[in-house]
Design a protein around this ligand. Sequence first.
Ligand SMILES: CC(=O)CC(=O)SCCNC(=O)CCNC(=O)[C@H](O)C(C)(C)COP(=O)(O)OP(=O)(O)OC[C@H]1O[C@@H](n2cnc3c(N)ncnc32)[C@H](O)[C@@H]1OP(=O)(O)O
Ligand SMILES: NC(=O)C1=CN([C@@H]2O[C@H](COP(=O)(O)OP(=O)(O)OC[C@H]3O[C@@H](n4cnc5c(N)ncnc54)[C@H](OP(=O)(O)O)[C@@H]3O)[C@@H](O)[C@H]2O)C=CC1
Length: 290
Amino acid sequence: MTTLPNTLPAKVGVLGGGRMGAGIAHAFLINGSDVLVVERDEASAQGALERVTESVAKSIARGGIDETQEQITSRLRVSVDYADFGDRGLVVEAVPEIWDLKVSSLKKVEENLAPDAILASNTSSLSMSGLAAELQRPENFLGLHFFNPVPASTLIEVVIAKQSAEALIERSRGWVAGLGKTAVVVNDAPGFASSRLGVAIALEAMRMVEEGVASAEDIDNAMVLGYKHPTGPLKTTDIVGLDVRLGIAEYLHETLGDRFAPPQILRDLVEAGHLGRKTGKGFYDWNDAK
Ligand SMILES: CC(=O)CC(=O)SCCNC(=O)CCNC(=O)[C@H](O)C(C)(C)COP(=O)(O)OP(=O)(O)OC[C@H]1O[C@@H](n2cnc3c(N)ncnc32)[C@H](O)[C@@H]1OP(=O)(O)O
Ligand SMILES: NC(=O)C1=CN([C@@H]2O[C@H](COP(=O)(O)OP(=O)(O)OC[C@H]3O[C@@H](n4cnc5c(N)ncnc54)[C@H](OP(=O)(O)O)[C@@H]3O)[C@@H](O)[C@H]2O)C=CC1
């Protein structure tokens, strides 16, 4: 794999350019990598291109970036063809948190990769060792769990599958440093370190709303003002996406037991299409849907 002076792979791929995929693409781009985003159709590819471009513009407006918008985005390409992943040193998968979709997508990416390329998943919770077991080269696979919003977050959780090559730990620490972020390295377990704790508190907050203990706003304020939580667990859920939270909770329920059973209020809101900030409504009303 060709690397840049800052340890990042020169050519990076991202599968799925939604909220997280666009953020991941942005992170590699502004730090010098050439980035290819593959989407399932032309309309989604165009949407991904717009999200990444907008995010780059926001970074430039904030200052501290030496390159121009044109210089950065000249390294960005979108496609609907998995074969384009063939020259990438690292590909990060960021499709929705659905086991069968992750497995089929990862397999399809792997079929198109060079033999020494590294494949990573941005899954929030799914078993890395279970996903690795579905692949031809499980030693080249690991979790790179970015946080939302990616440009504002300084953390990447590196998740090591049982099958991951030992050398991937140090290599991935180098990538995280090259992105200007901090790594926590976690052995594979459902929900890793971050989602298991983050979802536990969010589900309890939802049960408190269901039971009428307090309003969403007062529950969040208790955590923001009392515990210095950045936004409170319910507003965070709106930012993450209620569908994403439900997917994680269902998997943790299945693997870790009843304490992660999704509350009915979460199921009802998702069923009604109220997915949080991205649809304009979740536990709160939003006027900046994204
Ligand atoms: C589900 C999972 O698997 C894991 C998860 O991610 S769990 C969720 C973890 N995240 C959190 O808990 C969020 C915590 N909250 C926060 O960090 C902050 O409240 C917040 C970033 C959401 C908002 O903070 P703020 O001070 O109001 O805004 P600010 O930091 O200026 O960011 C505002 C926007 O600028 C963007 N931004 C910030 N720095 C930027 C940069 N250098 N370049 C480009 N964009 C930047 C942010 O991404 C954000 O964009 P969106 O509006 O698209 O989200
Ligand atoms: N949201 C969050 O806060 C976080 C989420 N994650 C994890 O990141 C992953 C993605 O989540 P998120 O970005 O929120 O989800 P989004 O729904 O925003 O993005 C998913 C993207 O994948 C695309 N996609 C769907 N199916 C396919 C396919 N078959 N092939 C290629 N692309 C496809 C979607 O395209 P289309 O637009 O056409 O549907 C969309 O662009 C999940 O595993 C989630 O758990 C991790 C950290 C934080």
